[in-house]
Design a protein. Structure first.
Length: 415
């Protein structure tokens, strides 16, 4: 008789766990733990086994749960509630590293009663956020400890206080503005009772803008957003001696890293003025003169003579309508053979990547709908969008480096 699915999953888990334990032992790394000092990252060469365990354990769990209970477990409102309390009141920073604090003492630092604090944190503990080492006391796990970092705390707060409320208004926005691609007609704008886009609205609310900016910075601290995925995995040498415009390049962090690794390149960072930070004053001596800054609207006609354009993690925040505007604005300065390098999320085709990773990416896709009326895109979506902008944009290469959150798409201008 053929093995049951639950036996198959059990075998997958056992084999993959053995691979992980063997690999960690060979590297002299500690085994996974919830201890507050336990490593928070995983070796890249064990990723396949890690993916197998996560998907198999999740499937096994779902198979063994009653349907309504399983559906409820994937709902997020109560999870978001306790997470919102943790980040709004900065509870992670109240808990001493290596020590513990009582529910009563936490309550004294918040507007909440001791009973409410206990209810919220005990629910968080079911997600491994904090633990209760002795009755009535709270200590850290590795999940809660990362929230001591103000940037990471703001990441969670942006999720629970900006994106969660916006998501509850998405259907209302879709019904009010059917088929809209406008950034001013979203769940976020309906929730905040504004006709401004999220960018304009946050621009008028500095405290919330700072929190949102920190949330983006928290992503950049993650290993999967390391600059080395663009400095090392794209063949910059193939451009020869070239001028590269980093469109939407912010304070120039990535342009600087590219310039450090590739002496053949001069980088021009273009963005709105308030995004640029110290500009040339912040450029290290080793690349001074090769990293310049210019205020430029994403959608305004390009003014710079260049050989290549680099756009990182920016087009995803815009609907197709506005991506088309941005791409067409570059055409007047493109030369035959000019290169357009897009480093962005590549939405996987259904079933082509581990399910837990697909779920994460599709969750981000819905966040883009709620906040920008935009979307994540498959390789075919990117190709079609560029072709709609102009037939002169031809997709030449796609790179998806292992461990990177972003893929790289290389287009050539043949107009």
């Amino acid at each position: 008789m053929a093995n049951s699915r639950i036996q198959e999953l059990s075998d997958i888990i056992a084999a993959s766990v053995a691979t992980i334990q063997r690999g960690l032992k060979e590297k002299r790394l500690p085994l996974p733990s919830f201890d507050e000092d336990s490593p928070t990252t995983f070796p890249l060469d064990l990723t396949d086994a890690q993916n197998s365990v996560i998907d198999a354990t999740t499937e096994l769990r779902d198979l063994l749960m009653e349907p309504m209970l399983s559906i409820h477990s994937y709902g997020g409102h109560n999870n978001s509630l306790c997470q919102q309390a943790i980040c709004r009141y900065g509870i992670a920073s109240m808990v001493p590293v290596g020590g513990k604090i009582s529910f009563a003492d936490i309550a004294k630092e918040t507007p909440l009663t001791e009973q409410t604090v206990a209810r919220l944190l005990r629910h968080a503990m079911t997600m491994r956020i904090f633990q209760e080492p002795t009755p009535g006391f709270v200590s850290h796990t590795k999940f809660s400890k990362i929230l001591i970092n103000p940037t990471t705390n703001d990441w969670l707060r942006a999720g629970t206080e900006e994106m969660w409320p916006a998501s509850t208004k998405v259907l209302e926005a879709l019904e009010k503005y059917p088929g809209s691609q406008e950034p001013s007609e979203t769940g976020y704008t309906v929730e905040n009772k504004t006709t401004d886009s999220i960018y304009a609205f946050l621009g008028a609310n500095p405290e919330r803008a700072g929190r949102f900016g920190n949330a983006m910075a928290a992503y950049l601290q993650k290993p999967e957003h390391s600059p080395h995925y663009i400095t090392d995995y794209y063949d910059w040498a193939s451009l020869g001696s070239a001028t590269v415009v980093h469109l939407g390049g912010g304070a120039g962090q990535f342009a600087i890293e590219i310039a450090k690794k590739h002496a053949n390149l001069s980088m021009i960072v273009q963005d709105m003025g308030f995004m640029m930070g110290p500009r040339e004053a912040g450029v290290p001596d080793e690349v001074k003169g090769r990293v310049m800054f210019e205020e430029h609207d994403f959608f305004a006609q390009q003014t710079v003579e260049m050989d290549a354009i680099y756009i990182r993690w920016a087009l995803r925040n815009w609907s197709d309508k506005y991506v088309l505007l941005a791409l067409r604005a570059q055409i007047p300065k493109l030369k035959s053979g000019s290169t357009i390098i897009i480093q962005d999320i590549i939405l996987p085709e259904a079933g082509k990547v581990p399910l837990w990773k697909e779920r994460y990416t599709r969750s981000n896709d819905l966040s883009l709908l709620a906040s920008f009326n935009s979307r994540e895109r498959t390789v075919e979506d990117w190709k079609s969008l560029f072709q709609e902008a102009d037939k002169g944009f031809v997709l030449k290469n796609v790179f998806e480096p292992q461990g990177s959150a972003l893929g790289i798409l290389e287009f050539k201008w043949q107009g």
